[in-house]
Design a protein around this ligand. Structure first.
Ligand SMILES: [Zn+2]
Length: 305
């Protein structure tokens, strides 16, 4: 009897161990089986959410880019002409024209238009106007400028009447313009006068009135001698206007009055100039008459035909 009891105890113990082992095995196998069971259910969810994430990230990339552009517009640090520059807000109009968009620089559409441009330029199409992309845009603008910088021959120059000039006291020597440039300028002025939104004061014969300052020529042809003289007078001038090899030697570069201090490169002055209807009109229309901008100087336009 004693040994039977012992046997029963041993069997019970063995059973208990077995039950325990089975229940453990069941638990762990349940734990494992959760994966294979739910995987088919989870996997498509993962795939769907992957697709959603991709679509969302395409949209949110431009949301992020737009937010970044809002900051870069005012704060991007870049260098031009050996000078530290801050932001690209002064060039909003030129950027918009380059991208063929009128959307605000902090909009998704602007970022999308920029991404397309970046793609064409083989840049990272992230829709952000960062230093790399902005410098590429500056290069494009600079490449569009007057290629032939050969100084004008005397026979190519005409002397424009003093009524065309911002300073009517300017001497005849300083009123010289390359012939075809002058003809294109006059055509452009006629179109500007005909645009009622600009409200330019003009004469009955369709000339700018003597009281009108906008669009008047501040400076045109400058001889090398005159440029040297200017540079001697202001040896510290960093202005590209006094460059050693100036496009003004060709007689095809015109500085025209677009507001503010006529030819002052200070950011505060250029901020005034780029907001004037006259400058905005030039950005949109000057190309039709053969004039292209020098991005850094809102007043400086070159006849490239
Ligand atoms: Zn100039």
């Amino acid at each position: 009897m004693k040994s039977l009891r012992v046997h029963i105890v041993i069997i019970m113990a063995a059973l208990a161990v077995l039950v325990g082992a089975v229940s453990l095995a069941t638990q762990s196998s349940r734990g494992q089986s959760q994966h294979p069971k739910s995987e088919p259910a989870v996997k498509p969810t993962v795939h769907i959410s992957d697709r959603n994430t991709t679509e969302k990230s395409a949209v949110s990339a431009f949301v992020d880019a737009a937010a970044k552009n809002a900051t870069l517009e005012n704060e991007l640090s870049w260098t031009f002409g050996g000078k530290q520059q801050r932001g690209w807000y002064l060039y909003d109009l030129l950027v918009g024209r380059t991208l063929n968009t009128r959307n605000q620089a902090d909009s998704n559409d602007f970022a999308a238009a920029l991404a397309t441009w970046q793609q064409n330029k083989r840049l990272n199409p992230d829709g952000m106007l960062n230093e790399e992309s902005f410098m590429a845009m500056v290069s494009e603008w600079q490449n569009n400028r007057l290629k032939n910088r050969a100084p004008a021959e005397p026979g190519q120059l005409i002397t424009a009447p003093s009524s065309d000039f911002y300073d009517p006291e300017r001497t005849a020597e300083l009123r010289q313009v390359e012939r075809s440039t002058y003809a294109a300028y006059k055509q452009m002025i006629a179109a500007a006068i005909a645009d009622p939104t600009l409200k330019l004061a003009h004469t009955e014969s369709g000339e700018l009135a003597s009281t009108e300052k906008y669009f008047k020529i501040v400076s045109a042809f400058r001889s090398r001698e005159y440029q040297d003289q200017l540079r001697r007078q202001s040896p510290n001038a960093s202005s590209a206007g006094l460059a050693v090899n100036s496009p003004h030697f060709t007689g095809r570069a015109l500085d025209v009055y677009v507001g503010g201090d006529p030819v002052d490169t200070k950011d505060s002055n250029r901020a005034i100039q780029v907001k004037t209807p006259v400058y905005q009109w030039l950005v949109l229309n000057a190309e039709r008459f053969g004039f292209r901008p020098y991005f850094y100087e809102p007043w400086h336009w070159e006849y490239v035909k």
